[in-house]
Each structure stands twice: as C-alpha cells, then as structure tokens.
Design a protein. Structure first.
Length: 273
C-alpha cells in the first residue's frame, strides 16, 4: 500500500470514530482499537509493546474526540461542567484505585470479569430496548453532585476491571439508573472521557517502548505521524456527530447505542473464546 493511501485510511477511520464519539459519547475506541492494531502490526511492533501501543494511542485519539465533541456540545448549550467534573473525579479515582488493587494480588481474572461485564451489558441493553420509547423521568437539576460521583466510581471501576473505556457504562448508568435524557447522558459522558484518558496518555508518554521501528518519531508510546491523520479526522467530524445527535429522536439514539453495544459484546467474546 502507498503511504498516501494509508494516511487517507487513517483519516477516514478518524472521521468514523469521531462521528460516533460525538453521536453517542463513547470516545470512539471501538473504532480506533482494531484500526491501530492493524497498522501497528504492519509496522512490526510486537508484544509487549504492541498492546501498550494500541491502548495508549487509542486513548490519545479519545482525548481529542472528547474535547472536540465537548466543544460541539458547548456551542449548542449542552455542556454541563458540574456534572462532568464530579463524574470525572469519581471515575479517575475509582479506575486508579481499582487498577492498584488488581496489581496487588492474584485474585483478578480478566476472562471471568469480562464474562461478568458482558452479562451486565446484555441485561442493560435488554432493559434499554424495552424502555426505548420511555421519556426521561428526571432532569440534571434533580440530582446533587453525590449521584454523579457515584456514577463515575461505578464506571471507573468497571473500566479498570474490564479493560475497556467507561463510556458505555456511564451512558447506561445515566439513562437507566438516574433516568436522565440520553442526549444529556451522552453530553456528560463526552465531557468526562478526556479527564479519564489524559492521565493514562501522560503515563504512556513517559514510558519507552523497546520494539518500535528505527527512525520513527514517537513520544513515549505515542506514534505521532500515525496519529496525526487520525486526529485530523476526529477533530473535523466529531462536531458533526454532536449535531446529528441533537437532531435525532431519543429512541433512535438508544437503538444506535444498543447496536454498538452488541458489537462491543461480540468483540469481547471473540477475544476470550
């Protein structure tokens, strides 16, 4: 493949991931991870660096998708700083603490917790489908900061235990536990994602890989020349996803969210079976 073709392909998947990040508030990792897995494999990167490269660069792209989509939400008057900050605080603390607890013992089994996560996700999706036409019962003003901190803690802990981003769980918690409007839920999730991702990106930026190609410019694990076209696509299209979400009916967004949840479940099952 020519270099131009590869750059255009990265740009296209950046656009795709950015669109769904803006539409659903899930960051776009479901698109970025398989694409980066392919490209980094082609570059000759091998484990243990390959897994770290995929995770770190995916989070790097997610930071930009979250910031860009949040700016789009802000322009539409749908940015909620109190809820974003309190949810972020709970999620960051819970994910770091859970990760530390996992590292201290041998009790954790990723396959077992992945099955648990899949079961929870299936139950939540069934419930979401059955109530897809139900309107939100509560508004953001009905809840104090404590509820959003609790939601952040649950999402952060699930993210650490499952090895996945917390966007799916966050939106589910907001819609089904707090019974908020799905558009408000995705807006809060979108704003929270950069706060969760930035500490991880910084961590990987100060680490040094062993199997990266010679003469390849990188900052720690972040491969700048690979990520640049991807991020350009993200920045251009994620605001469009926000606009489409604003014009969509809530039950339509719920069905799209369920569709992506099914893809996520299929992906997890493929990885562990």
């Amino acid at each position: 493949m020519s270099e131009l073709y590869l750059l255009l392909l990265l740009f296209f998947f950046g656009c795709l991931g950015g669109f769904f990040a803006g539409l659903l508030g899930i960051g776009g990792g479901l698109v970025f991870i398989p694409v980066l897995s392919y490209f980094f494999g082609k570059l000759g990167i091998v484990d243990p660096d390959l897994t770290k490269a995929i995770i770190s660069n995916s989070f790097f792209a997610i930071v930009f998708s979250g910031i860009s989509a949040s700016y789009g939400q802000y322009k539409k008057g749908h940015f909620y700083p109190r809820q974003v900050l309190t949810t972020s605080a709970g999620a960051v603390v819970a994910s770091l603490l859970t990760s530390w607890i996992i590292s201290q013992g041998s009790w954790y089994n990723k396959t077992s917790f992945t099955f648990i996560f899949i079961a929870v996700l299936i139950l939540l999706n069934v419930r979401l489908y059955l109530k897809r036409h139900q309107e939100a019962k509560f508004q953001l003003s009905d809840y104090g900061s404590a509820k959003f901190i609790q939601a952040g803690v649950l999402a952060g802990a699930f993210a650490a235990l499952s090895g996945l981003g917390g966007g799916f769980i966050m939106v589910m918690l907001f819609v089904q536990w707090l019974e908020l409007d799905i558009k408000e839920s995705t807006a809060i999730s979108t704003g929270t994602i950069p706060f969760i991702s930035i500490p991880l990106v910084i961590y990987y930026m100060i680490q040094q890989p062993q199997s990266y190609p010679v003469n390849t410019f990188h900052v720690g694990y972040i491969l700048v020349y690979v990520m640049l076209p991807l991020i350009v696509g993200v920045l251009l299209v994620s605001p469009i996803g926000v606009k489409v979400a604003a014009r969509s009916k809530p039950h339509t967004l719920k069905m799209v969210f369920i569709f992506f949840s099914i893809i996520l479940v299929a992906k997890m099952l493929y990885e562990i079976l």
